[in-house]
Each structure stands twice: as structure tokens, then as C-alpha cells.
Ligand binder design. Sequence first.
Ligand code: DGJ
Length: 318
Amino acid sequence: MISKLENGAVWYDTNGNIIHAHGGHMLFKDGFYYWYGENRTKDNYVSCYRSKDLMNWEFRNNILTTDSKTEAIRIRTDLRLLNELGGKVNLERPKVLYNELTQKYVLWVHYENGIDYSCAACAIATSDSPDGDFVYHGSFNPYGYMSRDCTLYKDEDGTAYFISASRDNADLHVYKLTEDYMNVESLVHKLWQGEYREAPALVKKGQVYYMISSFCTGWEPNQCKYAFANSIDGRWSLLKNIGDETTYCTQPAFILPIEGDEQITYIYVSDRWDGENYHNSRYVFLPIDFNKDGSISINYCHEFEININDGKFIAKDK
Ligand code: DGJ
């Protein structure tokens, strides 16, 4: 049993294999945290692990692969999971939500052709179980727009949003999803025009929404910024710095609230990319501090332990 984790080290699953869950997301369901993320090894696209304690991760399935079943849906989509050269496409930043209405697990992901970044599309897939073989429903450009780095967010009333970088990453679009999470229903915002935000991660604390995002520098880390709002489609604050000039050599993947008996801790889950060797990319988990003046901050710690019972994130550094 693992009792502490080292940020930026190689993390292994309970079978002793390296965890490949890059640019990922988590879903809490029936006592388990499911961790989804990019896995570019062999024929894989997206892998799923699960854990009861956020420290020990059991590999469950490669939920999307080059061989995944495909099924067209009502919108016109491109169902190809291989490119015209017969190579793999790129599926980046997979996010999964559970839809109460259809009882399906719905995955949204950034889609590129594996040759260049010209598709700038999103793609969706569904499954009846959190770690089953997902059925691929194809890629498309929402309302014809470019759509690159992305996230999903489910609000307390079940309304879900897909947020993605558009116009060659210059603007960040916020789409409200249809009730079944299978399509965009409206474009509710075009945030931070010309600011080139990537890697959006959204969370709500109390009545306030916070979004952390990075600047656009390929695989190189940069200064992350955050903003806040009282409603997703309302006015968002100006962007403010968070972390140091490279955000401790990370880029956001998502924000995970851990609801314990004593407190709710919000964890900034991030990637420490290795641009030279993608497969060697690592993970960094850091707690977010919500300060009295309304600002938020993250500070680096090297080793940590998470207690999901009381909700505490315990930094182990001396
Ligand atoms: C930064 C993005 O956030 C990543 O998901 C990936 O697309 C890289 N750029 C590729 O350079």
C-alpha cells in the first residue's frame, strides 16, 4: 500500500505499471475515484484507473483505443480513429461526466489527426459503466468553431458545460451542453479574447466559480492564471497570477474537490509534461488555498498524503 506520493516522480498502479493518465480528469462514483487520462502507448487513447484513497490506483481499462466500437449520432461527425496515413490520431485532455438522464458516462476530448493540429475539433464517446469500453461517436467542430484544449464542468443542478480554446487558442469558448451531454446547446461565453488560454480547469466553492488556465507555450510550462465569477455565463474577473512563473513546472489537468468529514480540500491536479519524451510526463497534486481577501493560491510541496476521510491534504515536506 502506498501511503504517500511524491510530486513529479513516476507513479505506479497497483500492478506495478506506470500510470498513464495525462491531461486527465476524475469522477467520483459509488465510493471510487475514477481517473481518466491520455495513454498514448500502443493502440491506446484513453485509460481509466480507480482508487478509494487517491493514492493506490487500480488499472481498470483502456476505455478508448484504435479498435473502439464506433457509432454515428445525429450530428454529422467524423468517426475515424486512424488518420489517412493509417497512424493514430491524437485524443487529448479526456473528461468524463455521468449523465443522470441517460445514465451514461459521457466523454469529451480534444481531437487532432495525429499529423498536425489543423482539425481543432472535439470528440465524444459514451459507456454504460465508468470503466467500460466506450463507444466512439466521432469528432466535430462545435458550431464550426475551432476547439482545442478543453474541460467539462457539471454544475450542482446537473447542467454541464464544455469549455475549449478557439480561434487558434486566442479565445476560450464556454458551451452549455444539451440535457444528455451529447451536444452543445449554446455558446454562452467567449472568454479572455486574445489572451491565449489553454488547459482550463473549473471548480465551484460556495457560490463562486474559479477557473485556472495556462498560457499557450506547447509542452513548456508557464505562469498559470485564475479568474472567478458568480455565474458561468456572467462576468468573469480579470486574469490573476497563481503559482510561480512556471506554476511549479506544471499545466492544469483539472481541480478535484475532496469532501471529508472535517473539510473540503480542492486539489490542483496537473501535468508535468516531458516534451522530449511524452510518455515520461508526470503528475503534480497541490492543494488550493482560498484566502480571506478572495484570492486563491497554490504552494509547492514535494511529498504528500491525502486522507479522504477527514478531507485533509498533508504536505510531508520538512
Ligand atoms: C499544450 C496543451 O495543453 C496540451 O494538451 C498539448 O496539446 C500540447 N500543448 C501540445 O503541444
